[in-house]
Design a protein. Structure first.
Length: 343
């Protein structure tokens, strides 16, 4: 009993840290995350989201299992290789899946996001290879799969096949654009991201995983991403353009795709870091969570592969307007919280 109280207290501190608004000063909507986080935690009987996510991963993912890690924010023409938010979260979770759970992380992104996800994950200390090769390797490795940009029926078939082949024990999205009630995928600013080119139908992985009872987690920071449907009513209430978008669909930018757990964080990467920190804490292995030097390498690799800071509009050393030193400081704070809790 006492142990659970300690776990909850640790998770609560972690979740408070990653839900602090520290984003882009010119955008006055950083108040949206605390109410969305409360809503997400309420769905889990008020237990801190990072604790539920970490415990479920530990319970459901065993050695040699597969976990699909999804991110996608590349869209034509403004985000040719996606953003710095998403790939670092995936890379952190890849460490957790491999070094914490001894399972195989499988990166799944669209064709324009894969290089960024691959390079960021390599910088996090894992080689990234085709599944057929990766599954034979017992050391630090992740697999990669490209989800093509095809129509809905083909996407459904591909998702069915991937879930069959990998039989994952968890499917996790970090900052992945998802469809609204009318099937339209919006940017955070409420525009149709498929106005000029098709995006990969990654949502079908989540429909298929949910239908089979596989654990699904969506990490979000705005409400237009996979998982937001879990708390759609509140997303529509508090997020600009979620209820009334700026595209002709007229149905708002809120994504309707639900997950077992949704984790709203101030920057989606941070929600992933929080889960990594909690798994590291519960396993008493703080080194699972990347350290500050690795965090910097990850961001460098991500930027060098062409990802941009969406707030700054270019490939610079920041995420959602929060610079590399603050990102490293966040990682240091997470380490401090879990290491002190383990004393
Ligand atoms: Zn719209």
């Amino acid at each position: 009993m006492e142990e659970n109280v300690k776990h909850e207290a640790t998770a609560k501190n972690i979740d408070r840290l990653v839900t602090v608004g520290a984003g882009w000063g010119k955008r006055l909507d950083r108040w949206i995350i605390p109410p969305l986080y409360e809503s997400a935690s309420k769905k889990l009987d008020g237990i801190p989201v990072s604790l539920v996510a970490a415990q479920r991963m530990l319970n459901e993912v065993k050695a040699d299992d597969r976990v699909l890690l999804v991110d996608q924010f590349a869209w034509y023409p403004n985000r040719p290789y996606g953003e710095t938010d998403g790939p670092l979260g995936v890379a952190s979770l890849a460490r957790t899946v491999r070094f914490g759970l001894s399972a195989l992380p499988v990166l799944v992104t669209g064709p324009n996001d894969i290089e960024v996800a691959r390079n960021t994950t390599k910088a996090a200390g894992l080689n990234v290879l085709e599944y057929s090769v990766a599954k034979e390797i017992t050391t630090a490795v992740a697999a990669e799969v490209i989800f093509p940009c095809v129509d809905k029926d083909q996407s459904r078939e591909i998702a069915f096949r991937l879930i069959d082949e990998y039989a994952p024990k968890a499917v996790i999205a970090v900052e992945t654009i998802g469809p609204n009630r009318k099937g339209v995928k919006h940017s955070g600013a409420g525009y149709d991201t498929e106005a000029k080119d098709k995006l990969p139908g990654l949502e079908y992985l989540f429909y298929e995983a949910s239908a089979r009872g596989i654990l699904t987690i969506g990490i979000i920071d705005r409400g237009n991403e996979l998982g937001s449907g879990t708390i759609e009513e509140d997303v529509r209430k508090v997020v600009p353009y979620a209820d009334v978008c700026r595209c002709p669909c007229g149905a708002g930018g809120a994504c309707m795709v639900k997950t077992d757990i949704v984790f709203p964080a101030s920057i989606s990467n941070w929600g992933a870091y929080a889960i990594s920190a909690m798994v590291a804490y519960l396993l008493k292995k703080p080194k699972i969570l990347q350290d500050e030097d690795t965090e910097r390498l990850m961001l460098e690799a991500c930027v060098m592969a062409g990802a941009i800071d969406g707030s700054e509009g270019g490939p610079v050393m920041s995420v959602d307007g929060v610079g590399v030193k603050a990102q490293q400081s966040l990682v240091n704070m997470l380490h401090t919280i879990i290491e002190n809790a383990l004393l």
